[in-house]
Design a protein. Structure first.
Length: 228
């Protein structure tokens, strides 16, 4: 599954698109920077920030890193994008990609309105809606999964689940606030009583003692690649 591109919700610097069909002559340092951008993007699925570039090359400031990026832009090997940040789109993807920014949370505070989500998010992730099959009109957000309670549904610790704010249907996987605690579980109804079920036999069913608030219904998954 294609990896999403993580970034801060208030971007440090504009996006740069990699262009690979040029014969422009680069200096040795510019070639090193271009190769670093390519390598970092292949490894991480996202363009490095100016701070990453500064640290890697030992530049004195992020301004120096930006100066080198602008030099590459002038030579036509990268292109500044005015609308997205820290997401890489290759030329062959430009015609088909529809990139949207989705706020990412560790957990959702109770009662948060959809309009307030970006301001309160830990960060944002830029995703191709066509690749993940996400409705462009969906009011969506993402949660980082903690724990192994949903491994039976192939959702593991560190994965990102993308959720839509809407009413759930039985058997939907949902982010829910149950008696004040946030969780990701399967939504079920038995004898007119809604409850939450884990996809791991080591975890019990959760029946609300006071309240059950569904915060979002899962519509997509971005897997965390575990090293080693």
């Amino acid at each position: 599954m294609r990896k999403g591109h993580e970034r801060e919700c208030s971007p440090e610097q504009p996006l740069f698109l990699m262009l690979t069909d040029t014969d422009t002559q680069l200096t040795a340092r510019q070639q090193e920077l271009l190769e670093y951008l390519r390598s970092y993007q292949r490894t991480n699925g996202v363009m490095p920030s100016t701070r990453d570039i500064q640290r890697h090359f030992g530049f004195s400031s992020q301004t120096a890193a930006m100066s080198h990026l602008r030099a590459l832009e002038k030579k036509g090997v990268i292109q500044r994008h005015a609308h997205k940040a820290r997401a890489v789109v290759f030329p062959e993807d430009l015609d088909r990609a529809e990139i949207i920014d989705i706020p990412v949370f560790g957990q959702i505070p109770a009662g948060m309105a959809a309009a307030d989500m970006v301001q309160h998010a830990d960060r944002c992730i830029s995703v191709d809606v066509n690749t993940l099959g996400i409705p462009r009109s969906a009011k969506s957000f993402a949660l980082k999964v903690r724990g192994e309670s949903m491994i039976g549904a192939l959702i593991g610790d560190g994965d990102l689940v993308i959720l839509e704010i809407r009413e759930p249907r039985p058997k939907d996987i949902v982010a829910a606030l149950i008696d004040g605690e946030s969780t990701l579980k399967r939504y079920l109804i038995k004898d007119s009583q809604p409850f939450l079920k884990a996809e791991n036999p080591d975890f019990p069913d959760l029946l609300p003692a006071r309240e059950l608030l569904i915060q979002g219904v899962m519509i997509g998954l971005i897997r965390h690649v575990r090293q080693g």
